[in-house]
Ligand binder design. Structure first.
Ligand code: GRF
Length: 196
């Protein structure tokens, strides 16, 4: 399987995914693409020998279809079979998503279905939750809403802030996403559950 990884920032999840695709793994990273030409993850991907592309979304304004036309070209050039969204901060149109239905994954820093959208850790803290974590799901048209393929749980501790909680969740993302991709790339949708 040929994997395209979409990022917007540092790409720590991209790095852990790319590092996992070695040996007898059924997938290989063939493209790392960012909507931000300055994304730190692009240099990391290049250093790992992975082809990169950057499409600045800002000139397109709200012309999402225009941005996605270039995205489509890059994905076709890389002959990608599967997309992993990894810290990718753009909303994709239902039309684009429908073309990748069943072939696009995302990692979200909450125990879905709780806290779809942004500021997940602050919301879990404000709610007084005892647990937090991250979820990998298939991408569907509704935001952060598709079938769950894996979850990792961490405890919320007294005195936690959104930053300390994010710092506890992120390493679990780096364990969860590769574990899910290995199964999914082999056609296995059995969910993965991890606890710290
Ligand atoms: C992190 O907050 C992570 O929870 C979410 O995207 C953000 C950046 O991740 N998935 P990355 O370091 O760019 O992979």
């Amino acid at each position: 399987k040929r994997i395209a990884i979409l990022i917007s920032g540092g790409g720590s999840n991209m790095v852990s995914l790319a590092e996992s695709m070695v040996g007898d793994h059924p997938a290989r990273p063939v493209l790392v693409l960012s909507n931000d030409t300055e994304a730190g993850g692009l240099a990391k991907a290049s250093a790992m020998g992975i082809a990169t592309a950057a499409i600045d979304h800002k000139p397109f304004g709200d012309d999402r279809a225009g941005f996605e036309a270039l995205l489509k070209t890059e994905l076709e050039n890389a002959d990608a079979d599967l997309i992993c969204l990894a810290g990718f901060m753009r909303i994709l149109t239902a039309e684009f998503i429908s073309r990748w239905e069943g072939r696009m994954l995302n990692i979200h820093p909450s125990l879905l279905p709780k806290y779809k959208g942004l500021n997940t850790h602050a919301r879990a803290l404000r709610a007084g939750d005892k647990m937090a974590g991250c979820s990998v799901h298939e991408v569907t048209a509704a935001l952060d809403d598709g079938p769950i393929l894996g979850q990792a749980q961490v405890p919320i501790l007294p005195g936690d802030t959104a930053d300390t909680l994010a710092a506890r969740v992120l390493p679990m993302e780096h364990r969860l996403y590769p574990a899910v991709l290995r199964r999914f790339a082999a056609g296995d949708r059995t969910p993965v559950y991890l606890k710290s």
